[in-house]
Ligand binder design. Structure first.
Ligand SMILES: Cc1ncc(C[n+]2csc(CCOP(=O)(O)OP(=O)(O)O)c2C)c(N)n1
Ligand SMILES: [Mg+2]
Length: 368
C-alpha cells in the first residue's frame, strides 16, 4: 500500500468498511489472504470473549481490577496485523487485543492477578511491560525506535496510548524528539472518547488529535478505529514510511477514533458520567459486527464456521484462565524489585509479613 494514503488532511477520516460492513474505499482494501482475514476476525472474537471472561473473574474475586477493551478490537488487532513480528509494541493497559494478535502469552493473565511474572512474559513477543503511568511509555518507545534505527534494524516501535495521554508532557516530548530525529515510531492514539470521566472535548481544544502531529513536523491521520481494514492499511503505510531507507523516513501519528463500550475499569461506574444513548449509538459501529458482515458477504464465514470458531475460542480462553489460576502467589514478592538492593525498611516489612503468615496463615492478610 503506498505511503501516500497518509497524505491527507488530519480530519479526512480514513475508512474502508462502513458500519454495515460495506466497502466504501475499494482501492484501499488490503491484499490479504482469506486465512489472514479469518484469523483477524477470530482474534477479535477471542479478544471480546477474553474480555467478558476477565470482567466476570474480577466480579468473582478471582482477578484484580481490570480495564475492559470491548469496542476497541478493530483498532488493536487491525493495527497489529500490519506489523512485522519483531516490531516492538508499547502499550497502556487496555490493549489486550494487540497482545492477542501477538499470540497472547497465557502468563499475561498473571499480571491482572497481581504477579509480576505476567509482565515479564511479554518480552517473548516483543512487547514492553504494561504501562499504568499515563504517557510514561511514549519516551521509552521513541528511545527504543531511535536505537533500532541506529543499529540499522528494519523494525518500528508502535506505541498505544489514549486520548487522555495527549495532555501529558511525555506525549509532547516524545513526539518532538521523534520528529527531530525521524525515529521509526508509530504513535497510535486510541481515542475512545473518554479518559475515565473526562470527555474528549474537555481533553483538548484541537479539532482532532491527528492535527497535533503538525506541531512536530510529521503527519497525523485520523482513522475509523472501529474498522479493522482501515487501521490495518493506515498502520501498514505508516510502517512503510517510518522504514523508508532515504529522506522520506518519518514517524506518524494515527488517531484511531473508537469507543469503549464498557467501564474505564472494573472499579468504575460509567453511568454516572455518560448517557446510555451515547453508548448505543457507538454500538452500531461495533467492529466485530462490521467485519463479520464483510467476511460473511465474501463467503468466508457461515453459521457452521462461526459456531466452530466460538467453541474453539471458549476452550482457548478457559485454558488460559486455568493455567493462570494454577499458579500460587507468593505475597512476599511484593517486596522484590522495589529497589535493586532492599532497604532496611523493606526487609523489616518482609519479615513482618512472613511472621504474620506463620502465626495466622494467609487469612491474616485480609484482616490486618
Ligand atoms: C500520570 C498519570 N496520571 C493520572 C493517572 C490516573 N489515570 C488512570 S487512567 C486515566 C485516564 C487515561 O485516559 P486515556 O489516556 O484516554 O486512556 P483510556 O483509559 O481511555 O484507554 C488516568 C487519568 C495515571 N494512571 N497516570
Ligand atoms: Mg481514552
Amino acid at each position: 500500500m503506498p505511503a501516500s494514503l497518509l497524505d491527507r488532511a488530519p480530519d479526512d477520516r480514513l475508512q474502508v468498511l462502513d458500519p454495515d460492513g460495506q466497502v466504501v474505499a475499494p482501492d484501499l482494501v488490503p491484499d490479504l489472504a482469506d486465512e489472514t482475514l479469518v484469523s483477524m476476525y477470530r482474534d477479535m472474537r477471542f479478544a471480546r470473549q477474553f474480555d467478558e471472561r476477565l470482567v466476570s473473574l474480577q466480579r468473582q474475586g478471582r482477578l484484580g481490577t481490570y480495564a475492559p477493551l470491548a469496542g476497541q478490537e478493530g483498532a488493536q488487532i487491525g493495527s497489529t496485523y500490519a506489523l512485522a513480528d519483531d516490531d516492538t509494541v508499547f502499550f497502556q493497559y487496555r490493549e489486550h487485543g494487540a497482545l492477542v494478535a501477538r499470540g497472547l502469552p497465557w502468563e499475561y493473565l498473571l499480571y491482572w492477578m497481581g504477579h509480576e511474572r505476567g509482565n515479564a512474559a511479554l518480552a517473548d513477543v516483543d512487547v514492553f511491560p504494561l504501562n499504568i503511568s499515563i504517557g510514561g511509555h511514549l519516551p521509552h518507545a521513541v528511545g527504543w525506535s531511535w536505537a533500532a534505527k541506529k543499529r540499522g534494524d528494519e523494525r518500528v516501535g508502535v506505541v498505544h496510548f489514549g486520548d487522555g495521554a495527549t495532555s501529558e508532557g511525555d506525549f509532547h516530548e516524545a513526539m518532538n524528539f521523534a520528529g527531530v530525529f525521524d525515529t521509526p515510531t508509530l504513535f497510535v492514539c486510541n481515542n475512545n472518547q473518554w479518559a475515565i470521566s473526562v470527555p474528549r472535548d474537555r481533553q483538548t481544544a484541537s479539532d482532532t488529535i491527528a492535527q497535533k502531529a503538525a506541531a512536530y513536523g510529521f503527519d497525523g491521520v485520523q482513522v475509523d478505529g472501529m474498522d479493522p481494514l482501515a487501521t490495518y492499511v493506515a498502520t501498514e503505510a505508516a510502517r512503510e514510511r517510518a522504514l523508508d531507507p532515504g529522506e522520506a523516513a518519518r514517524p506518524t501519528l494515527l488517531e484511531l477514533v473508537q469507543y469503549r463500550f464498557g467501564a474505564h475499569t472494573t472499579a468504575d461506574d460509567p453511568e454516572v458520567y455518560r448517557d446510555e444513548a451515547e453508548v448505543e449509538a457507538w454500538r452500531d459501529r461495533d467492529p466485530l459486527a462490521r467485519f463479520g458482515t464483510y467476511l460473511w458477504d465474501r463467503g468466508l464465514l457461515d453459521t457452521e464456521r462461526l459456531d466452530a470458531m466460538n467453541a474453539a475460542i471458549e476452550d482457548d480462553v478457559a485454558d488460559v484462565v486455568d493455567r493462570a489460576e494454577e499458579v500460587a502467589a507468593d505475597p512476599t514478592d511484593l517486596f522484590a524489585d522495589v529497589y535493586a538492593e532492599p532497604t532496611d525498611r523493606i526487609d523489616e516489612q518482609r519479615e513482618y509479613l512472613t511472621a504474620l503468615r506463620e502465626r495466622h496463615g494467609d487469612d491474616a492478610l485480609t484482616d490486618e
